[in-house]
Design a protein around this ligand. Structure first.
Ligand SMILES: Cc1ncc(COP(=O)(O)O)c(C=O)c1O
Length: 408
């Protein structure tokens, strides 16, 4: 059944906004953050209007409701991500989830002489924590380069990097290229080599149901705000074995069992890593986002989004002076199209497009090593999501042609 684009768009109040002096908003910065449906906004408002209280502390009515709603959100999300509530730790997003693996697991389980494998395709969130940890503990970092001719990881070097490594950290889908990595193969090879695997699924979770159990990774990091949820919430999915091996990263209230002035003992499971008052409304909103997406066949959604990216990439490739990055000939991947014009500066182009109502991203996309590999310092990036239409993609291409024709 074809997607009812009119009904989908009506779910997102912001899409009826006018910008740039009365132009229709064409929001194409979804890889940075997606818009939120009314049901997510309502779920958070409802919590604040009816049940706002702190969780896990008091027995009064509101506190009980707040705790129930927060823990129900964990159940909903665990089911959505193919795991159990004992394997889902709430974080502020992918960045905190990766830091939790670095400082909660790797710091106490790896030592000088150990090696961590990362790739040139990573977001800074999956590079910088490893550099800091490596510096502190004398751990080796092995970097798998990208083959810029084919826009994929060099899997021969990947395989050669594995022997003797303890942890492999790979982005599922690149936020710059929209390219999806062969995650099943990466996990299988890493486990064969005796390494644990962390998958950065920030750009994959908005497109596919992440089946944590089926996937077989040890850790998966996810951001809620890139999949219709609120900002400030995400999660780390971790196997029970890995959770048992982790030490607290943040400490304080809510993560303890007992505290004396001499010593503290810690809660078991996810709570051990959720110190302080948690992101209650945000967790409720994140679960509402999963509920919203559950109204759709995710394969169909992905086909629609990827179709818009493939169309846009193939059209703008023929605009004189434009280079498109990433392979858009394959159905795997995301809704991202990065490109650069050889004479109109990326930022100027983004401003010209903004004046036409088109919101697109410019910059290094927190992936400077990847951009360095392509010999550029920034790109323009459009990224589609479920509410974008083919009419919007066509209008984008037409306006881009017009701007390049005028200023190129
Ligand atoms: C691939 C990837 N990893 C990590 C992140 C960081 O996510 P967050 O800022 O939500 O923590 C992003 C955000 O753009 C991303 O695209």
């Amino acid at each position: 059944m074809a997607l009812d684009m009119k009904a989908i768009r009506a779910d997102f109040p912001i899409l009826s906004r006018k910008v740039a002096g009365g132009k229709d908003l064409v929001y194409l910065d979804n890889a940075a953050t997606t818009q939120k449906p009314q049901s997510v906004i309502d779920a958070m408002t409802h919590y604040y209007e009816r049940s706002n209280a702190n969780v896990h502390r008091a027995v009064h009515t509101l506190a009980t409701e707040a705790t129930e709603q927060y823990e129900n959100a964990r159940d909903t999300l665990a089911a959505w991500f193919g795991t159990t509530r004992d394997n889902l730790i709430f974080t502020s997003g992918t960045t905190e989830a990766i830091n939790l693996v670095a400082w909660g697991w790797a710091r106490s389980n790896l030592n000088a002489g150990d090696a961590i494998v990362i790739t040139e395709m990573e977001h800074h969130a999956d590079i910088v924590p490893w550099q800091l940890l490596a510096e502190e503990k004398g751990i080796e970092i092995r970097v798998v380069p990208i083959d810029t001719e084919r826009d994929i990881l060099d899997m021969d070097i990947f395989s050669a990097s594995l022997p003797g490594s303890s942890l492999v950290c790979v982005v599922h889908t690149s936020n710059v290229l929209g390219v999806a990595n062969p995650v099943a193969d990466i996990i299988a090879q890493s486990h064969d080599a005796g390494a644990k695997v962390l998958i950065d699924a920030a750009q994959a979770a908005p497109h596919h149901r992440i089946d944590f159990t089926g996937m077989g990774a040890d850790f998966v990091a996810i951001s809620g705000h890139k999949m219709c949820g609120p900002t400030g919430i995400g999660c780390l999915l971790a196997t029970t074995e890995s959770i048992e091996e982790m030490e607290p990263f943040m400490s304080g209230g809510d993560m303890i069992e007992t505290v004396t002035m001499e010593k503290s003992t810690f809660a078991k499971g996810p709570q051990k890593f959720e110190a302080g008052t948690p992101k209650i409304a945000e967790a409720i909103g994140f679960a509402a986002a999963a509920d919203y997406l559950s109204n759709f066949d995710m394969d169909e959604l992905h086909g629609h989004i990827r179709g818009l990216a493939m169309y846009t990439a193939s059209e703008i490739k023929s605009v004189p002076g434009i280079t498109v990055y990433g392979d858009h000939s394959v159905s795997e991947g995301s809704g991202v199209v990065s490109f650069l014009h050889d004479s109109v500066h990326a930022e100027d182009l983004a401003r010209f497009m903004d004046a036409g109502g088109f919101a697109m991203r410019t910059g290094h996309h927190c992936a400077q090593p990847l951009l360095n590999a392509y010999g550029v310092t920034s790109t323009n990036r459009v990224s589609f999501y479920l509410y974008n239409t083919m009419e919007e993609a066509e209008a984008f291409v037409e306006h881009l042609r017009y701007i390049i024709g005028k200023f190129g």
